[in-house]
Design a protein around this ligand. Structure first.
Ligand code: HXC
Ligand code: NAP
Length: 300
C-alpha cells in the first residue's frame, strides 16, 4: 500500500501526556489569539493535546477534571511548551455546584470564556447484561449529564452574552451498536442529539455547537481500555480505510477547525474523525465477549 498521500499523513505526536517535541503550523498561528477555552478532561489524552494545540494558536486555557496532581502537572507542561496561561481547576462534571465555582474562578482569572470543549468521559468494556444499574448510570452521568451541566453553566455565565463555540467529543460507538459499549454508545449518542438541540436554541446568541467523533486514537486511555491487544495485533488497522489508528493531534486539529472562524457557518453537526473506521471495522460480539470474560477471570 502506498506510503504517500500528502493529505493523509498524520502530524507527529507522542503517546504520553507530554507536549509535542516538534510542531509545524497548518493553520494561522494567531487564529485563536486572545481567546480563552475551557476544556474538561484537559489533563490527559485527547483533552491534553486539544489544550496544547489551541494554546499553540494563541488561546489561553482552563483545564478541568478530578485529579488535582495530574491537572497541576499538565498545566505546567502546557504553559512551558506554549508560553500561554493554563489554569488547572478541580471539578467533577457530575456536580453542578463545583462547575459553578470553577467557572467563577476561571472568569476571575480570564474575564471571559469563548470556547468550551466537553471532553471528559468514562468508559470500559462490559456487556450490557453484566452492567450494574450504577455502572450504566455512572457513564451516562459523566458523559451526557456532564456535557449538559458544563454547557449550561458556561451559557448562563458568559456565552449567552457574547457568543462562542462549544465542541463536544463524542464517538461512533452507536452507529453500528458496538458490542460491550451499550453504556458509552448511548451516552455519546445522546450528546450528538443534545448538540443539535443546543445549536438550534443557542444559534441566535451567536453560539455554534458541534461534535468531533474520534475513531481509535493511539496514546490514549480510551485506546488502552477498548482495543484488546489481540485485536490490535490482528488486522485492526487493515480494516480501517486509512489503514491506521488516528493520533491525538489529528483530533485536536479538528477541534481547532470547529472552534475557529474557519467553521463560522458550521453548527449542529458531528465531524467524524476516524479514518473511515466505523464503516468497515469488525463488530464481533462473540470475540469481544470472549476477551472480556478471559480478562475477568485473570482479575479474580
Ligand atoms: C463493569 C464497572 C467497571 C468495569 C466500574 N464499574 N468499572 N463495571 N466493568 N470495568 C462500575 C462499578 O462497579 C460501579 O458500579 C460503577 O461502575 C461506578 O464505578 P466507580 O468506580 O464508583 O465510578 P467512578 O469512580 O465515578 O469512576 C468512573 C469510571 C472510571 C468510568 C468507572 O473508569 C473513570 O473514572 N474513568 C475515567 C477515565 C476513562 O474512562 N477514560 C476513557 C475514556 S475513553 P456498582 O454497581 O459496583 O456500584 C472513551 C472512548 C470511547 O470514552 C470510544 C473509543 C473507541
Ligand atoms: P482520558 O485521558 O481518560 O480522558 C478522560 C478525561 O476526563 C480525563 O482527563 C479525566 O480526568 C476526565 N474525567 C473523567 N471523569 C470525569 C468527571 N466525572 N469529571 C471531570 N473530569 C472527568 O481518555 P481519552 O481516551 O483521551 O478520551 C478523551 C475523550 O475522547 C473522551 O470523551 C472519549 O470518550 C473520547 N474518545 C476517545 C477515543 C479514543 O480512542 N481514545 C475514541 C472515541 C472517543 P480525571 O480522571 O482526573 O477526572
Amino acid at each position: 500500500m502506498s506510503q504517500g498521500g500528502f493529505a493523509c499523513q498524520p502530524p507527529p505526536d507522542v503517546d504520553t501526556d507530554d507536549c509535542l517535541q516538534e510542531y509545524s503550523y497548518l493553520f494561522s498561528p494567531d487564529i485563536l489569539k486572545g481567546k480563552v477555552a475551557f476544556i474538561t478532561g484537559g489533563s490527559s489524552g485527547i483533552g491534553f493535546r486539544i489544550a496544547e494545540i489551541l494554546m499553540r494558536h494563541g488561546c489561553q486555557t482552563v483545564i478541568a477534571s478530578r485529579n488535582v496532581q495530574r491537572l497541576t502537572e499538565a498545566a505546567q507542561k502546557l504553559s512551558a511548551a506554549t508560553g500561554r496561561r493554563c489554569l488547572p481547576l478541580v471539578l467533577d462534571v457530575r456536580q453542578p455546584q463545583a462547575i459553578l465555582a470553577a467557572v467563577d474562578e476561571a472568569l476571575k482569572e480570564f474575564e471571559r470564556i469563548d470556547i468550551l470543549v466537553n471532553n471528559a468521559a468514562g468508559n470500559f468494556l462490559c456487556p450490557a447484561s453484566s452492567l450494574s444499574f450504577n455502572a450504566f448510570k455512572t457513564v451516562i452521568e459523566i458523559d451526557t449529564l456532564g456535557t449538559f451541566n458544563v454547557s449550561k453553566v458556561l451559557y448562563e455565565k458568559c456565552l449567552r452574552d457574547h457568543g462562542g463555540v462549544i465542541v463536544n467529543i463524542t464517538a461512533t460507538l452507536s452507529y453500528k451498536g458496538q458490542a460491550l459499549q451499550a453504556h458509552a454508545g448511548t451516552a455519546k449518542a445522546a450528546i450528538d442529539a443534545m448538540t443539535k438541540h443546543l445549536a438550534v436554541e443557542w444559534g441566535p446568541n451567536k453560539i455554534r455547537v458541534n461534535c468531533v467523533a474520534p475513531g481509535p486514537i493511539s496514546g490514549t486511555e480510551g485506546y488502552r481500555r477498548l482495543v484488546p491487544p489481540q485485536l490490535e495485533e490482528g488486522n485492526l488497522h487493515q480494516r480501517i480505510p486509512l489503514q491506521r489508528a488516528g493520533n491525538k493531534t489529528e483530533i485536536a486539529h479538528s477541534v481547532l477547525y470547529l472552534a475557529s472562524p474557519l467553521a463560522s457557518y458550521v453548527t449542529g453537526t458531528t465531524l467524524v474523525v476516524d479514518g473511515g473506521s466505523w464503516m468497515t471495522s469488525e463488530n464481533d460480539f462473540p470475540a469481544l465477549l470472549d476477551f472480556w470474560s478471559t480478562e475477568l477471570k485473570k482479575d479474580k
